[in-house]
Structure formats: structure tokens, C-alpha cells
Write a protein that binds this ligand. Structure first.
Ligand SMILES: [Zn+2]
Length: 172
């Protein structure tokens, strides 16, 4: 919880704005708005396999998740999704559509997670072209019907399962 104003260093005190409890600087009146962070992820699929990366940092180090991360200030969500996927898996991807927008409260930093479907930019890319980096220690494609049991976030698992169900529906 913030204690001091980032504008003037004054102490923050409780304040209610339209019934919402917030913190406000007692010296200059700056209000500390607490908002969810925008984050982006890709559901990168190749031959009914989805790209996952193994987390090298907390929370949930060692577990698998979609390539994802927080948007930089000057970045669009699309740019963040492509950048995070490249940094964590070494794979250059092309986004193919907006899949879902989710409010995620399962982590300390609450976020709005925007998930895009994607394909490798080079269709001939193989597992040998993957190179885990940044926050990830491994990157692999998993068959959609044989996902690892330890997926780090419910929001990511649900998105993958929803995507898989959509494919099954399309094949009917
Ligand atoms: Zn202040």
C-alpha cells in the first residue's frame, strides 16, 4: 500500500470518492487511483498444438502459461502480445484475431488480460526454432488435448480450453 505522494512526497490519507475508498495526498490533493494493469497474451497455435512457456519467475515459477506480460506505456496491446511472445519463446508470431478480454484477480497485481490468437510468422518454424528467454526457462508446443497439468493461471487454462472447444465445434 502506498504511503507517500509520488508528486510531492506528502503523506497519503484515506478519502472516499463517490463512495469508493481511495488514498489522497494531504498536502497537494493528488489521488492514488488503483487500477488493474493491462496485460497481453497469445494463443499461438500450430497443427492443433499451443505454444506454452515455463515460468522462470514468481508467481508460480516452474509452471506453464501462455506467453504474456504487461504492456509498456508506449505500447499497444497487440505490440505487447507479439513482443512478449518473442521474448519468452523466441518465436515471431502474427496475430490472427482478438480472442478474449479477461479481468484477472488471481494474482497480486490485478490485470485486464487481452488474449490474441496467433500463428508463427514463419509457417515452417519447428520446435528447434524456439528459444526460451526473459521470464521463461522453457518454451514448447503442446497438443491441445494433452496440456501439462501444471498451468500457472486459471485464466490461461480456461482460455486454452475455450479455444479447444471452439475448434471442436467448428469441426462438427
Ligand atoms: Zn502530494
Amino acid at each position: 500500500m502506498a504511503k507517500y505522494c509520488i508528486e510531492c512526497g506528502g503523506e497519503l490519507g484515506p478519502f472516499a470518492e463517490n463512495g469508493v475508498p481511495r488514498l489522497r495526498c494531504e498536502k497537494c490533493g493528488w489521488i492514488h487511483y488503483l487500477n488493474p494493469y493491462p496485460a497481453a497474451a497469445t494463443l499461438t497455435v500450430r497443427d492443433s498444438e499451443v505454444l506454452l512457456v515455463r515460468r522462470g519467475v514468481e508467481p508460480r515459477v516452474g509452471m506453464w502459461c501462455l506467453p504474456s506480460g504487461f504492456e509498456e506505456y508506449e505500447e499497444t496491446p497487440e505490440e505487447a502480445a507479439v513482443r512478449e511472445t518473442r521474448e519468452e519463446s523466441g518465436l515471431d508470431v502474427e496475430l490472427t484475431g482478438l480472442f478474449s478480454v479477461n479481468y484477472v484477480s488471481e494474482t497480486d497485481k490485478r490485470c485486464v488480460l487481452i488474449i490474441y490468437t496467433a500463428v508463427p510468422r514463419d509457417p515452417s518454424a519447428t520446435d528447434a526454432d524456439l528459444a526460451a528467454g526473459d521470464d521463461a526457462t522453457d518454451a514448447r508446443f503442446f497438443p491441445l488435448d494433452a496440456l501439462p497439468p501444471d498451468i500457472a493461471f486459471v485464466s490461461h487454462r480456461e482460455a486454452i480450453e475455450k479455444y479447444r472447444d471452439t475448434l471442436v465445434e467448428d469441426q462438427k
